[in-house]
Write a protein that binds this ligand. Structure first.
Ligand SMILES: Nc1ncnc2c1ncn2[C@@H]1O[C@H](COP(=O)(O)OP(=O)(O)OP(=O)(O)O)[C@@H](O)[C@H]1O
Length: 328
């Protein structure tokens, strides 16, 4: 039996929150005419989890994010937020969306922008004032609050844009390229802000073209390609499933390469680019394959001047799975 006190603190929304994933996507499809942008995507985001959605250009990331945000209607499939269909007011209220394009009023001040977005989210009176105050502190822009947003730097605009999307304290935030076009220092600041929200239990789903950001700032990675999920897991799992215990080796040479080398035992076919003094390859067993690799290089007339051996990173996993670099 609930005591009077407990009955006051455990409401229906909390019960929903305690038993459902933050986000659940099931067999989602979206076509634009004959283009199938999203083809049967399913994944979940646990409460309080941080997930990066990655994919090459045109993979379908923005379309997915826009469907979750309710900006684009799926052709078929379902999206639930905390167990509720996205059309429901409860679900809409639990979501914060930070679009890739800045959605700010350039001729209003930072404070006025925040107040306008707060009202849009249904905040009024004291509550609105408190949230605007919080947002100015959170973004580090308290002293600039009365300046026009149009005069702000790219990084400052991004921070205010982010604050506008989370003023109503959503349980889940969606961010489409939150650091696009900002310098490394501002990127770091944005991730510190996101960490603060996440420490208070907010689930985060973001897309990024920076693999290092995805690797450092999220718990899980979903990779999409050609509208389908091709990998889903934490970095360790993804490495295990793709490159296993392989090591990435950078071999530096005494002379520039005259033509790509047919190196035996590396499974990479030919390695190196004409004119370069180093090449990258992968070996599966250092003890067995490193010495034959050096011998093979020597047999083609080069001396090995240095070797760098690395564990695989998300970059290597991404390249292995998609055959593409992740580009801006
Ligand atoms: N409104 C639209 N009308 C027609 N085709 C569209 C529309 N929006 C997206 N597409 C197509 O859907 C596919 C997926 O596009 P989407 O923008 O979702 O990819 P993305 O992974 O976000 O790419 P990027 O990394 O380049 O932003 C692409 O082939 C794109 O041309």
């Amino acid at each position: 039996m609930l005591t009077e006190n407990a009955a006051n603190t455990i409401g229906p929304t909390d019960l929903i929150r305690s038993s459902h994933p933050a986000l659940q996507i099931n067999d989602l499809h979206k076509s634009f005419g004959s283009t199938e942008a999203v083809r049967g995507v399913s994944f979940t985001l646990a409460q309080g989890e941080r997930l990066a959605l990655l994919g090459p250009n045109g993979a379908g990331k923005t379309t997915l994010i826009r469907m979750i945000a309710g900006r684009t209607k799926p052709t078929s499939g379902s999206i639930k937020l905390l167990g509720e269909p996205i059309e429901s007011p409860e679900a809409r209220n639990s979501l914060g969306f930070v679009p890739q394009d800045l959605a700010l009023y350039a001729d209003l001040t930072a404070r006025e922008n925040l107040a306008a977005f707060g009202r849009f989210h249904g905040l009024r009176g004291r509550n609105l004032q408190d949230r605007v105050k919080w947002a100015l502190q959170w973004t580090g822009l308290e002293t600039r609050s009365r300046e026009l947003v149009g005069s702000f730097s790219g990084g400052m605009k991004r921070r205010i844009n982010l604050a506008c999307g989370v003023l109503h304290q959503p349980n889940i935030i969606l961010l489409d390229e939150p650091t696009v076009g900002v310098d490394p220092q501002s990127r770091q600041r944005i991730f510190t802000m996101l960490d603060e929200l996440n420490e208070n239990g907010t689930a985060i789903l973001l897309t990024t073209h920076h693999l290092d950001e995805a690797q450092q700032s999220t718990d899980r990675i979903v990779i999409v390609d050609k509208g389908e999920v091709i990998a889903d897991g934490d970095l360790e799992y993804l490495i295990d499933q793709t490159l296993g215990s392989s090591r990435m080796v950078r071999v530096k040479l005494s002379e520039p390469i005259t033509e790509p080398l047919p190196i035996w035992g590396t499974r990479a076919g030919r390695v190196g680019k004409t004119g370069e003094r180093a090449f990258d390859t992968r070996i599966e067993d250092i003890a067995l394959q490193l010495a034959p690799l050096i011998d093979a290089v020597r047999s083609h007339g080069y001396e090995v001047t240095d070797l760098e051996i690395h564990s695989p990173t998300l970059h290597h996993v991404f390249l292995h799975l998609t055959g593409n670099e992740l580009r801006d």
